[in-house]
Design a protein around this ligand. Structure first.
Ligand code: GAR
Length: 213
């Protein structure tokens, strides 16, 4: 890591939070130079909250349905992010759309992990097991995992890292999800570390990864 200010990372999650856990593990093992400053979930029963508690990471619930519109939801998120001096946001299984005011405030400093090879099998409704079901139903031979920057459209921003996973003819959505998740766990901390090392450069949609200095 350079002598730049360490990445102050907030993770957004909706579910069990295994990706969140891997991020925390990578930080603990010195493989990710980041300080985990917060977890935000949209549901009080998200399993990720227990992981945050075990790790001493402050966790908050912000329910989008409690706000009149996405802008108000975004303001509540921004208040929390600013309270914790968040410099970078990682979406890890967050199943709600990020409001435009948050996208704008963290443009270039917010990534998502998607359980398929984008731009295939992304977009509205393509989350969690729906993705793996669609992949199998379509009959593609390869799926995978994608880390991408977040913009205003679902699963659309510039791609940072991708890794393919073969689809077995006997796969069920669950068996495929398990193999894709193992890849997610490996590439997400790696992608975040590239940002922490300031090795990501963007040229329109294209992302270039600089060699380590
Ligand atoms: C992961 O597979 C992630 O890629 C997916 O939800 C799962 C969350 O698992 N995200 C999406 O589908 C977003 N479009 P986790 O809670 O165990 O990290």
């Amino acid at each position: 890591m350079s002598d730049a200010t360490p990445m102050r990372l907030t993770v957004f999650a909706s579910g069990g939070g295994t990706n969140f856990q891997r991020i925390l593990d990578a930080i603990d093992r010195g493989r990710l130079d980041a300080e985990p400053v917060g977890l935000i979930t949209n549901r009080a029963d998200a399993g990720a909250r227990e992981r945050a508690e075990r790790h001493g990471v402050p966790a908050d619930v912000v329910d989008p349905d409690a706000f009149a519109d996405p802008t108000d939801f975004g303001r509540a998120l921004l208040d929390l992010l600013r309270d914790r001096e968040t410099s970078f946001v990682a979406l890890a299984g967050f199943m709600r759309k990020i409001p435009a005011n948050v996208v704008d405030a963290y443009r270039g400093a917010m990534v998502n992990i998607h359980p398929a090879l984008l731009p295939a099998f992304g977009g509205k409704g393509m989350y969690g097991m729906n993705v793996h079901r669609a992949v199998i139903d379509y009959g593609v031979h390869w799926s995978g995992a994608t880390v991408h920057l977040v913009d205003e459209a679902y699963d659309h921003g510039p791609i940072v890292l991708q890794e393919p996973v073969p689809v077995d003819p006997d796969d069920t959505p669950e068996s495929l999800a398990e193999r894709v998740l193992a890849v997610e766990h490996r590439i997400y901390p790696k992608a975040l570390q590239l940002f922490a090392e300031n090795r990501i450069r963007r040229d329109g949609r294209r992302v270039r990864i600089l060699s380590p200095s």
